[in-house]
Design a protein around this ligand. Structure first.
Ligand code: PDD
Length: 282
């Protein structure tokens, strides 16, 4: 079967999958999501993604209605049906279908949607040359640690980046770096990494956690502290991290070259280590 979807208990071809126009996800963005990368048929850090999904649900008062085993079983069945070894699983949970009203319905029946799509490697030139980024004001709400469906400010900033010829926008709030529109940001200073600490201002990226662990276990220093916007321009290397981009070098920031060359040595090293990690279980 090609790309497939799961909607409230049923697997079906992606193009046949639908939800009601009264779904609160569609009408209000009233829901949360996850994106999980599958390498060689195995989801990367599934328990971490599921824990974050449950935390996001709880944070917006959608009661967890499945335990980890059940989530796991649905995802594994989807992978089996799709037959993809390299793919991306998207999970979306909304507060369900109800006549449009800002108040939560008295009884809500959450909608659960998943998609299973084949995932190609990132275009080689992005990996080999690095990507351009621009900085943009972070106009999002105060609870960005929740993986909410409300992505409009992220989309607007990403679109602006695209129009400026860049791959990603790095978001700045009160003079401090928060994250990318769909990625976390890491600076390399000398032989150590620097990245903003976890807070309500950014998503606790699963890739971020994995890369910081890899750095520590390889004797690379890691500092998690507030990062001022101007420090970006002084970094030896910059890179983005996230489920779909893995570890991706930044070559230019607002049109200016970053460091001596991109990808820098540390970025290349961590990207390789990350690949060793994700494929090790094969
Ligand atoms: N986004 N920050 C934001 C705002 C994100 O949307 C993402 C991921 C990340 C990286 O998190 P992780 O390493 O867990 O993927 C950071 C996904 C991929 C998306 O929205 O498609």
């Amino acid at each position: 079967m090609p790309n497939i979807a799961y909607v409230n208990g049923r697997f079906l071809p992606l193009e046949e999958a639908t939800v009601s126009i009264e779904d609160r996800g569609f009408q209000f963005g009233d829901g949360v999501y996850e994106v999980i990368r599958v390498y060689g048929g195995l989801p990367f850090r599934l328990p971490e993604h599921l824990s974050r999904l449950v935390q996001s649900m709880q944070a917006v008062s959608i009661s967890p209605f499945l335990d980890h085993e059940k989530w796991d079983a649905i995802i594994r069945e989807g992978l089996q049906r799709s037959t993809y070894l390299e793919c991306k699983v998207y999970i979306q949970v909304t507060r369900g279908v109800a006549p449009r009203d800002h108040l939560f319905p008295e009884v809500s029946n959450p909608t659960l949607v998943m998609t299973f799509r084949e995932m190609a490697d990132l275009p080689r030139h992005l990996v080999e040359q690095g990507v351009a980024v621009v900085t943009r004001p972070d106009l999002r709400w105060a609870r960005c640690s929740i993986k909410s469906l409300n992505l409009l400010p992220n989309l607007l900033a990403k679109q602006e980046a695209n129009q400026a010829g860049a791959f990603e926008a790095i978001l700045i709030k009160d003079g401090l770096v928060t994250e990318g529109t769909s990625s976390n940001v890491v600076l390399v200073k000398g032989s150590a990494l620097l990245t903003p600490p976890l807070s309500d201002q950014l998503l606790a990226g699963v890739t971020r956690q994995a890369v910081l662990e890899l750095a520590k276990s390889n004797g690379i220093g890691v500092e998690e502290r507030a990062v001022r916007e101007e420090e970006l321009g002084q970094a030896d290397e910059l890179f983005l991290i996230g489920t779909t981009i893995e570890v991706l070098s930044i070559s230019t920031l607002n049109g200016k070259s970053v460091g001596i060359k991109a990808p820098g040595e540390m970025t290349i090293r961590l990207r390789e280590k990350f690949h060793d990690l994700v494929y090790r279980k094969l």
